[in-house]
Each structure stands twice: as C-alpha cells, then as structure tokens.
Design a protein around this ligand. Structure first.
Ligand SMILES: *Cc1c(COP(=O)(O)O)cnc(C)c1O
Length: 427
C-alpha cells in the first residue's frame, strides 16, 4: 500500500466520508508561505493552515524557542506545578488584552476553550444565585467548534443541528447582524438587528447565562463581516440583562482583521474571550480562555469554588514557548502595516472578479479576502487546480477565500489572488 492508499483507507480527515474521502496532497515540508509535496510540487499556503500560521511555516525564531524548551522541559502537569513559560505567556496576554481581562485558563484547542468559557458563564451565574440561567444565546451563521456544547451554539441550519437533532441542547438564535462592516449604521433597532436580540432577552433573558459571538467576522459560517456597532449594542444589552458576553476571537485574534483583536473595531471588552489558532503562530496547538476579575472571583466564591475543568496538557510548556515567540514576532514585525498592505493589494486584485459571471460579491477585511460565488463551490476543483497554480486554496460553501501569512510578499500574494480569480472563472 502506498502512503496515500494507506491514508485513504485508514485515516479520517476533517469532515470527510471514510468511504469516499476525496483527494489529499501528501505534504513533506513547509517553510514560510510554502508547502512542498513529497514529489517536490510547491504551493503557497493561502489558508495559513486554517488561520494559524501568521508568521509563516517553520519560523526560525519560533522553532528555536521550541527547540530550547524541548531540551529543557517539553511537558509537565499543571496541577500543583507551574513554570516560567506559562507565567511569561500569561503576562504577555494580559498586556495585549483589554485591561478588564486578566484571569487566564489555558487549554489545548479552540473548541475546549469555548467549552471552558461556557462553563465559566454557568458557574458564575450559579454563584450569583441564578442557577436557572443555564442557556446560551447567539446569532445565526456562527461557528464555535466541534465539541458538544460548542456545536450547540454553531449555526442551526448549516451547522450540525439538523444531523444531531435531539442530542444537542437547544440554544437561542437571533438573525445574524444584518448590516455589513462597510455599510452605513443606523440606530433604528428594527433595521440594525439589535431589536431581535432585545426581544429575545426581554422574553427569555432570565434563563440565559451568556451570549457567545464571533466579533465582526463570522468565519466558518460564511466569511461575513458585520458592523462593529452591533457588538456595542450587544454589549449594552448584556449589561442591562445581567448576561455575560463571550467573544470567540479564535479565528480573528492577533491581527487578522487589521486590529489586534476584532473586538477592538468596536472598542468593547467582553466578560470572557477565547483565543486559539494563531496563538502559537501555527506551530503547535494551544488555546486560552481569559476572563475578568469579577467573573473569576464570582466562580471562586461559588459553592463549588473551583473552576470545574483541567486538561491533561493544560499550559503545555512547549506550546507556551511557541506562543511567546510568536507574540515576540508580532511585536517586532509591523504586523499592522503588513496586514493593511495585504488588504490594499487584495482590494485591487480581487475587485475585477466582481464582473465575472457566477460571482455574487467580493470583500476584504484585514488579511482576509473573499470571492463569494452564487453557488456552492466544489472544493475538489480547487484541489485539482492547486499544483497548477501553485496556490493552496480550500473553498468553503460559496466562498473562495484566503487568509495568507502576514509575511507573504506582494509577488506571492499576486499569485494567490490570480489563483482565486481563475478558480472563480473555472466554476
Ligand atoms: C476554529 C475555530 C474554533 C475551534 O477551534 P479548534 O481548535 O478547531 O477546536 C472555534 N471558534 C472559531 C471562531 C474558530 O474559527
């Protein structure tokens, strides 16, 4: 059996049918923006390997920090023990986040950090004597991960609700914010979408522990960019109803949208934030759930007292070392300039696609570029194209999109946008 035959027969890939898994490329090496197949074919990783690899693959400074940590202490339990990498990473994150957020829970993946956030909210509400507040509210079109509770707050139509009917707990959904990032805002709550949220909280708010949202960018749920004023409105409504606000910055954190965090577009702070994906610059898995002192102290004063979670690989030192080195890069490089240059170039190079038949829309926010088609795009076509164009794209639903590493050169980015446009023509 060749390696690819073994893979097809025995290994599951994300959201694939084991009977008919579809094609995969066998990747042997990665460096900077480049992925190299075992047969030597090279492709630009225009997906940053799902939002993660912001400084490029196998970044020397991050790899060196990991090697140094590896030779000292790759792992130790976090129960009863601590270590410098966790402490240092904690200091850095608190420095970067809004000042309200200063109590950190490290975990090993984005979905787990969402589970922790939801659990924090319920434990906090219990501690305040609100044990009836066990439910969550969110907007349609969201994505928060694949574990059970995270899945229950993903979009109920495109997510997995239909499939897992009766198994997922029921949550509350309001329409996704209707006004796009670049459209004019209106304070009329019937038009700006906040009226629906207000109505929900007025009728069922006393059962709701928290609202969970992806700030400004809905990623896996459709690459939709909504108006930051909606977030400010949601923050006010949460305050008025004693409901916590959880922001899922797993995809958007660390500069991707042109601000360090997407919530910075709105100038608000949540009660709980989830971080993941680009936290380690895409070198190893790690996530964090960060909350405020009042929430943390509330949980501490509850009957249980303890936060009821403790992953085996919590605050893994190797991952902490990678994250510290990645945050160093963010500080040393002018990421804001890199991201705005990428945005400007994509704006110019993707705009012509708007005239193509079958294209519904193009949009750009920070280092995220989208060509939205009128119909669903078959990822297999993009897959076949990649070795030819030298650009790795993985369209989702109706969107051909990219979120390249910030270190991509203008020439390389032109290859990416050209590949996106030619894919849009092909379909
Ligand atoms: C990817 C993602 C998650 C899930 O993270 P995993 O590390 O895949 O578990 C949650 N929320 C958002 C917004 C994401 O983009």
């Amino acid at each position: 059996m060749t390696p690819l035959e073994f893979d097809a027969r025995h290994l599951w890939h994300p959201y694939t049918n084991i009977m008919d898994p579809g094609p995969v490329h066998l990747i042997a090496q990665s460096e900077g923006v480049w992925l190299t197949r075992d047969d030597g074919v090279r492709m630009i990783d225009a997906m940053s390997s799902w939002w993660c690899v912001i400084h490029g693959h196998r970044h020397p400074a991050i790899a060196d920090a990991m090697k140094a940590q590896l030779s000292q202490m790759p792992h130790t339990m976090f129960g009863g023990l601590t270590h410098e990498p966790a402490i240092e990473l904690g200091r850095r994150l608190i420095e970067l986040l809004p000042k309200e957020l200063n109590r950190i829970f490290f975990s090993d993946s984005g979905s787990v950090s969402v589970e922790v956030a939801l659990k924090m909210a319920v434990q906090y509400q219990m501690a305040r004597g609100n044990s009836q507040r066990t439910e969550f509210a969110t907007v349609r079109g969201g994505y928060h991960g694949d574990t059970w509770k995270a899945m229950s707050v993903c979009d109920p139509v495109n997510g997995m609700h239909g499939f897992f009917r009766g198994v997922l707990s029921i949550q509350h959904f309001v329409p996704r914010p209707p006004i796009a990032f670049d459209q004019d805002w209106t304070d009329d709550t019937r038009l700006n979408g906040l009226g629906a949220l207000e109505a929900l909280l007025e009728s069922k708010g006393d059962r709701i522990a928290a609202i969970i949202l992806e700030p400004v960018v809905q990623g896996a749920g459709g690459m939709f960019f909504y108006h930051p004023a909606w977030l400010r409105g949601a923050r006010d409504l949460c305050n008025a109803h004693g409901i916590l606000l959880i922001l899922d910055e797993i995809a958007t954190g660390f500069g991707r949208t042109g601000e360090l965090f997407a919530m910075d577009h709105a100038g608000i702070a949540p009660d709980i934030v989830c971080l993941g994906k680009a936290l380690t610059g895409g070198h190893i898995t790690m996530a964090a759930t960060v909350t405020s002192e009042p929430v943390a102290l509330g949980i501490g004063q509850s009957k249980a007292g303890v936060m009821m979670h403790g992953p085996t690989y919590m605050a893994n030192p190797l991952a902490c070392a990678a994250a510290i080195a990645s945050l160093d890069q963010l500080k040393q490089r002018s990421w804001r300039k890199d991201v705005s240059n990428i945005a400007n170039q994509m704006d110019q190079e993707l705009a012509p696609a708007r005239e193509l038949p079958g294209v519904a829309n193009t949009r750009i926010l920070g280092a995220i570029g989208v060509i939205e088609m009128e119909k669903r795009v078959d990822p297999a076509i993009a897959h076949r194209f990649a070795p030819e164009t030298g650009v790795w794209l993985r369209p989702h639903a109706r969107n051909i999109y990219c979120m390249p590493p910030y270190i991509i050169s203008p020439e390389e980015l032109s290859c990416v946008t050209a590949a996106m446009v030619s894919l849009a023509k092909e379909i």
